[in-house]
Design a binder for this molecule. Structure first.
Ligand code: GTP
Ligand code: MG
Length: 293
């Protein structure tokens, strides 16, 4: 069979996780309209006749100030090592082409590169062609492709291009495996997604979620989770007036988990403070964002 690993790289909010979910026809990685949604490298396993592609969705590459930011950025860069080929996604509707090009160069990729101009549903054809010409000139060895992960345009062509780079190889994962992550991870990510959707400003980026208890009992999933914020003042924001915000977050997350798993979920969420956690190694490790992640 043909098989191998493919990294999905790019700056924040360009549509990496949307692409992974579209390829798998399943929500494996959370998507929101906000930058820095993904914080972990997430594997998504695509199987088709005689082919297994293990995609690695990565956090958006960016130069943040906190220890969390650099840990996450390092993890994303690490995902580009040892893969058969790398996709570098660009949001054509936003792109600062020089910055994108600098980011590509900073990766020092040793594998074939496919530059994917995503969100082409948002730009005019001549603009897309101008962007294509820019990247073609700077990256003569790369393949440049146009896509809309959201509108399912150009995804098949990207998959076909990946196939040309896959060697003969083993089946790395069972055919029914979809991701390397478990339900505990899905629960944590779902709660993070609701925080990103409902809570304004920077608070979501300064929050972490941990699953304190996860028990499966007769078709019911009993979950106790904590949301950690950096400051006392942020607790009130997450809790909301008379607890309205935390209720909305936990109710929406519970419903979505029930939809995904087709099982009952009981979810309890508490809000706690971990002062300056994004700069403390012990807290990063506790919340699952350590360097060897
Ligand atoms: N119009 C349009 N929107 C898109 C497309 N692909 C993704 N989006 C939207 O872009 C936003 C970000 O998508 P994500 O998939 O979370 O982006 P990401 O690159 O994984 O972001 P990070 O995890 O923050 O690095 C979401 O609102 C998506 O719906 C596209 O092809 N067209
Ligand atoms: Mg993402």
């Amino acid at each position: 069979m043909k098989s191998g690993f493919v990294a999905i790289l790019g700056r924040p909010n360009v549509g990496k996780s949307t692409l992974l979910n579209a390829i798998l026809s399943k929500k494996v990685s959370i998507v929101t309209s906000r930058a820095q949604t993904t914080r972990d490298s997430i594997m998504g396993i695509y199987n088709t006749k005689g082919v297994q592609i293990v995609f690695i969705d990565t956090p958006g590459l960016f130069e943040g100030k906190s220890a969390l930011d650099s840990t996450i950025d390092k993890a994303a860069r690490n995902a580009s090592r040892g893969v058969e080929c790398a996709l570098f996604l660009i949001d054509c509707s936003q792109s600062n082409m020089e910055l994108e090009q600098k980011t590509i160069e900073s990766l020092k990729l040793e594998c074939p590169l496919i530059i994917v101009l995503n969100k082409i549903d948002l730009v005019r054809v001549d603009k897309a062609e101008e962007i294509r010409a820019f990247f073609l000139e700077k990256n003569p060895n790369a393949k440049i492709m146009l896509m809309s992960a959201l509108k399912n345009f150009g995804i098949k062509e990207v998959k076909d291009e990946i196939l040309t780079h896959l060697p003969e190889g083993p089946q790395y994962y069972p055919l029914d495996a979809l991701t390397d992550k478990d339900k505990r991870f899905e629960a944590k990510e779902e709660i993070r997604r609701e925080i990103l959707r409902f809570v304004k400003d920077e608070v979501p980026h300064q929050s972490a979620v941990t699953i304190e208890r996860f028990e499966e009992k007769k078709g019911n999933n009993i979950i106790e989770a904590s949301i950690y914020v950096e400051k006392e003042s942020q607790v009130a924001i997450i809790v909301g007036k008379k607890g309205s915000m935390i209720k909305k977050i936990s109710m929406t997350a519970r419903r979505e988990l029930e939809r995904m798993w087709q099982e009952h979920v009981t979810l309890e969420v508490e809000v706690k403070v971990a002062k300056d956690w994004r700069n403390r190694a012990s807290k990063l490790a506790q919340f699952g964002y350590s360097d060897n992640n």
